[in-house]
Write a protein that binds this ligand. Structure first.
Ligand code: XMP
Length: 327
């Protein structure tokens, strides 16, 4: 069995050489743990699950079965990147599940944020469990649990997502190769495994994804406006050298309209809110002083390129009083 606690004497993994040593140890541990059995992994494309996938592909190759569920609430280009990196470049055993209609149909008309979160979380487990039941010989479930998850669950801050809340008939043993690492170490290990820099150093992205940024009841057209405006914001922040410097930045599209003018005609369209914040632990946050010229450029692009949006606003509110997300 792999080590369960972080040894007091363990050196912080800050270099490629230390990462490679860790990777070699984990490969040996994983091979000893799983033998010739199959391991299942929900691969969202986030930092932790991506690093676990890359490590397990090295350790056990096609014995790892990755499931990528596209719930329709991912950012622009994300499902494509998961397929390109893992299937095309790393030759992973990857099952891609297009569950977009299923999620959006379930969410139709649901405006309450916590109900939206419950539907997204519950449906995710259901889709994943259905895929798991189709497979033979799977005895293990890999998870991207990291050391702060374990500390927080010990201190009762958050429930550890043990076995992902899967139904009882799916009784897998856990494989958690990065469980003794801090986030910065996971990133160093990810780069040493050859994952793209942008994937390993990306900003945090909530589990319910764009679903909590398309305020109120999600509609497909407004969700596209969130996705497209988010892509423009990310592109312009990257060009301006802010990627990796600002902790979290994204767009929100609320479910109300205001009057405006487009092509010399009156238009009733949505506003798009920009949010850019810095924080250490997400408990409090300050607003990034984004240069006015950059805000103007982003505004011009969003109002001309994103269908249904006629105004752009910048959220000046620190946390508290505002939370980072809007719902
Ligand atoms: P708030 O909005 O509470 O967000 O200030 C703090 C951090 O948590 C993220 N967040 C979530 N992450 N599921 C997640 O996995 C969620 O339901 C969720 N809600 C907020 C948010 O993006 C920020 O980084």
């Amino acid at each position: 069995m792999p080590i369960l606690t972080r040894p007091e004497t363990m050196e912080r993994i800050t270099t490629k050489a230390l990462a490679e040593k860790f990777i070699a140890e984990q490969i040996a541990d994983v091979r000893a743990q799983v033998g010739d059995k199959k391991v299942l992994l929900a691969l969202s494309g986030g930092v932790d699950s991506s690093v676990v996938a890359a490590l397990l592909i090295k350790a056990i190759g096609k014995q790892l079965v990755c499931v990528h569920v596209n719930h329709g609430l991912l950012r622009k280009g994300e499902p494509e990147q998961v397929i390109r990196v893992f299937k095309d470049e790393m030759d992973a055993n990857l099952i891609y599940v297009d569950a977009v209609d299923r999620f959006l149909d379930k969410l139709a008309g649901v405006a309450d944020p916590e109900t939206k979160r419950k539907i997204i979380g519950g449906e995710f487990i259901e889709v994943f469990a259905e895929e798991a039941r189709k497979l033979d010989g799977v005895e293990f479930l890999a998870q991207g649990t990291i050391w702060p998850d374990i500390l927080e669950s010990e201190h009762g801050i958050k429930a550890h997502h043990n076995a992902g809340g899967l139904p009882d008939d799916l009784n897998f043993e856990l494989v958690e190769p990065v469980r003794i690492l801090f986030k910065d170490e996971v990133r160093v290990v990810g780069e040493a495994l050859g994952l793209p820099h942008g994937m390993v150093y990306r900003q945090p992205f909530p589990g319910p994804g764009l679903g909590v940024r398309c305020l109120g009841a999600i509609t497909r057209d407004r969700l596209e406006a969130v996705r497209e405006s988010d892509a423009i914001l990310r592109e312009e922040f990257q060009k301006a050298g802010l990627e990796g410097k600002v902790w979290q930045y994204f767009t929100i599209v609320p479910d109300f309209r205001s009057v405006g003018i487009k092509d010399d005609k009156r238009c009733d369209e949505w506003p798009c809110i920009l949010r850019a914040v810095n924080t250490r632990d997400a408990m409090t946050a300050t607003v990034e002083p984004v240069p006015f010229e950059l805000l103007s450029l982003i505004t011009a692009r969003i109002t001309s390129e994103v269908k249904g949006v006629n105004r752009v606003l910048f959220d000046l509110t620190p946390k508290p009083t505002g939370t980072i997300e809007w719902e």
